[in-house]
Design a protein around this ligand. Sequence first.
Ligand SMILES: [Zn+2]
Length: 396
Amino acid sequence: MAVFGRTSYGTLFELLRMYPETTRTELVQMSGLSKATISEAVSRLMEVGLIAETGKRQPNRGRSQVVLALQPAMRQVIGAQFTGDGCFAVLADLRAGPIAWAKRDHLGQSPEGFVEALVACVEELRAQASAPVLGIGIGVPGLVDGSGREVILSVTYGWEHVPICDMLEQRLGMRVTATNRSKAAALGEFWQGNHTGRTDNLAYINIGAGISAGFVNQGKLFTGSGGSAGEIGHTTVLPDGPTCACGNRGCLHVMASERALLQTVRNRVRGDPNAVLGDELPLNALGTLTMEKLHAAADEGDATVLEAINETGTWVGLALANMINLINPSLVVLGGSIPAFGQPFLTGVREEVRRRALWDALHGMDIVLSSLGETAGTLGSAALFLDTLNVETILA
Ligand SMILES: [Zn+2]
């Protein structure tokens, strides 16, 4: 059926996801497709229950038009991200809305160990699905090739050239697509984040053990020509600063990642014999300082820790100001273990951005903390798979 050619259907499905309540006239206007094409496509989608007529609308006193509503739960997808511990997955609807969750620990750091965890999650979620499950999107900590098939490099896991989608498709008999999990999280924030501001150009930055970004423009992930767009952790913020694993010096990664924050706190305490750290952070425990201890100390209002968090925010703000000048986002969302410190971090970021970014780029833009937490990458992986859908897969 020519009317369901990849392009026309792709456009139509994107519009229905973006505007879940619409009319045939609006679809004609937004898609640029003919009335006859839209009419036929809508009929076909109604036949399979993906669209329902839910009422009437009378715009500008003109002829009343039938409201078409996407029925997002009539087809389902699975989103999953690989974490430090294993796999965290969701069964989601056609707008990446969560239906059920599953978690499994990995069986070892090898790709096979993570594949087993994902397979177990998928089996659990498939059993709960109330509609056909179309496929799986996954987010991994590492660089994924432009076609979304292979993990080129994951420093976190020590993986190189892992054909993760082939491995999973063989086990599950379902289509799989992959991306970096921060990029997936950007999609998660776009579709499911709880923000009031504009999200047409959204940037998401994950700041934790590593630092990387994802960009979503009009609902679409921007990955760059080879899939590596968003490596903000390896932009220079201090020329001749400490050496980074990437070979460069003074990367944001060595100034503001978890490891850098822990080091900053250690240095501040050692340099200040009068530092009052409270019971959570006794001087003799500095060698075993953890993020959990820092969070506890911050909650207690420990001044040394709060200052170090603010300083980390300043480094992130410096890199963000450059990024904001370059890509002019409407919303910047900060997620990961360091933004989880909340206001002391956010204040440092915002002040530095205000100091350095151009007024034009700042106008109407907001920087917020993630409302989704660790679910962003999982929900975004579901959204990632939804972006690959075409008529053949969705009506099959
Ligand atoms: Zn670097």
